[in-house]
Each structure stands twice: as structure tokens, then as C-alpha cells.
Design a protein around this ligand. Structure first.
Ligand code: HEC
Length: 165
């Protein structure tokens, strides 16, 4: 009886040795995270692409104006429009660069004149309901264009001035 125990003990000991020798696996190299100093791994999509809202040049917006005729440039209107612009708009707009609102230069090449008129005369509703104005607002860090309470005639003069920029 005693012998059996010893043999079993020996076998167990030997088995232990073997298993220890064979099974001694080198520890897997520690997996290093590639996140140094909190740098985030690049995300698949940084920003959602702006929704496809169609060609801005065909969009007329929402407001009192439904059509605008652009004839030959009227220099008297341009001069008045410039004055009106400087008095009412330059707190937020610069001609040559983006400020609180978008840069004005080139606006007639990227926007329908009717849309520009409605943006001047009806900005509250435009940024609430017009898809293009909403997009421009997002691009302007959610700043809000203020209604300057101009008449349609005054807005039309500013538009004439915009044609020269
Ligand atoms: C209080 C600041 C503020 C004033 C004042 C202001 N705007 Fe704006 N304007 C904005 C902002 C901001 C936007 C972008 C839309 C938004 O976020 O509301 C904008 C957008 C526009 C756009 C569209 C430009 C584009 O590229 O799509 C036009 C055109 C415009 N304004 C014309 C005018 C005119 C003309 C006046 C003066 C009668 C005027 N704004 C006065 C802030 C202003």
C-alpha cells in the first residue's frame, strides 16, 4: 500500500517535471497599444459629408422675392448698394474673407440672386427652413444672420454691388 503511494507520487512528480519542461512557454510579448499620448486612431469618417441638397445656383430660398432681373450693371445702384452694405452688413461680413458670416466675394457665382435677396430680407426663416442656408449656418459655426430690416429695393442695390465683387 505504502509502495503504491510512493510510485504514484513519483509518477506525479515526473509528470510534473515533464509538463513543466515542455509546457514552459515563453510569455507572449506584451501587446503594445499604438495609442501614444492619447492620439486617437483615425476614424473611418471624420465628418458626415454635407447632405446633397442640389445645385445652389438653382435654389431660390424662402422669402418675398421670387425673381430678379439682372440687366446691365447700374453704377448708381452699385454705389448705393456699397453704402448700404457698409452700414448694415460689415459687422459680420468682409468682402475678401470669411468673418462671422461667409466672404462676400464671389457670392453671385455660387448663389442664385433670388436666394441672396431672400437671405438678406428673410434670414430667420431661411436658416430655419432652407437647406442651403442651414448648411451655410453650420459652416459659419452656427452664427445667426440678423435681419437688417431693409426694403426690397435696398436689398436689390446691395445685390447690384455684389455683382461687382
Ligand atoms: C449679425 C451678423 C450678420 C449681419 C449683420 C449680416 N449677416 Fe449675412 N450672414 C451672417 C451669417 C452668420 C451667415 C451664414 C448663415 C447663418 O449662419 O445665419 C450669413 C450669410 C449671408 C449670405 C449667404 C452667403 C453665402 O455664401 O451663402 C449673404 C448673401 C449675406 N449673409 C448677406 C448679408 C447682407 C447683405 C447683410 C447686410 C444687409 C448681412 N448679410 C448682414 C451674419 C450676418
Amino acid at each position: 500500500m505504502k509502495k503504491t503511494i510512493i510510485v504514484t507520487g513519483l509518477l506525479a512528480f515526473m509528470f510534473g517535471m515533464t509538463s513543466c519542461g515542455d509546457g514552459e512557454s515563453t510569455p507572449a510579448p506584451e501587446k503594445k497599444t499604438m495609442n501614444f499620448g492619447g492620439t486617437e486612431e483615425p476614424k473611418k469618417e471624420e465628418k458626415a459629408a454635407p447632405a446633397d441638397i442640389g445645385d445652389p445656383m438653382t435654389m431660390k430660398g424662402i422669402g418675398p422675392v421670387s425673381s430678379v432681373e439682372l440687366g446691365e450693371l447700374d453704377q448708381a445702384m452699385v454705389a448705393e448698394g456699397q453704402e448700404l452694405f457698409e452700414a448694415n452688413c460689415t459687422a459680420c461680413h468682409k468682402v475678401e474673407k470669411k468673418f462671422i458670416g461667409p466672404m462676400i466675394k464671389g457670392v453671385m457665382e455660387r448663389r442664385n440672386p433670388v436666394w441672396v435677396m431672400n437671405m438678406i430680407l428673410n434670414p430667420e426663416e431661411m436658416i430655419k427652413s432652407d437647406p442651403l442656408a442651414k448648411q451655410v449656418m453650420v459652416e459659419s459655426n452656427m452664427a445667426i444672420m440678423a435681419n437688417q430690416s431693409l426694403t426690397e429695393d435696398q436689398a436689390r442695390k446691395i445685390l447690384e454691388y455684389f455683382r461687382t465683387l
